[in-house]
Design a protein around this ligand. Sequence first.
Ligand code: GNR
Ligand code: NI
Length: 168
Amino acid sequence: MALLNILQFPDPRLRIKAKPVTQVGDRVREIIRDMLETMYAAPGVGLAATQVNIHERIIVIDVSENHDQPMVFINPLIDTLDANLYSYDEGCLSVPGFYESVERPEHVIVRALDENGQSFELQPQGLLAVCIQHEIDHLNGKLFVDHISALKRNRIRAKLEKQQKSRL
Ligand code: GNR
Ligand code: NI
């Protein structure tokens, strides 16, 4: 097991589009174990492989109260079911300390592979639906700050760059 380093905005590596996993084997299961350990330690409710500089389509999520219901999504595909939007105050381990309201489709359907390579389908609700969309954005090189105004995004970037420089 290993704790992985989480990249911070505006690191350009967060913009790399992740490639599909071609074989769900022991190498991928080790990545998943390390991602879950890193997510729980952070702590966060989700983590995309992109955030730990692994550019493969792998997501872990646990939105349960007791942090005992890990979910794994490999090569996730998402469809929007209707035009309803849902607004949620989002944060991100790659944008530490900042929270902004983001609107996303409320009703989506997700298909993915689990850690054994078995396909499954899910119609998530509430925070899980938000989180899955937030994580799939990461795999596509997108961050929640891309959903807010450029003014807010630039302010957040400037503050994080200043913090990052002072920690060198
Ligand atoms: O821990 C997290 N909390 C969170 C809160 C609201 C909306 C999305 C999230 S995901 C975030 C962890 C993270 O950065 N995942 O990419
Ligand atoms: Ni995030």
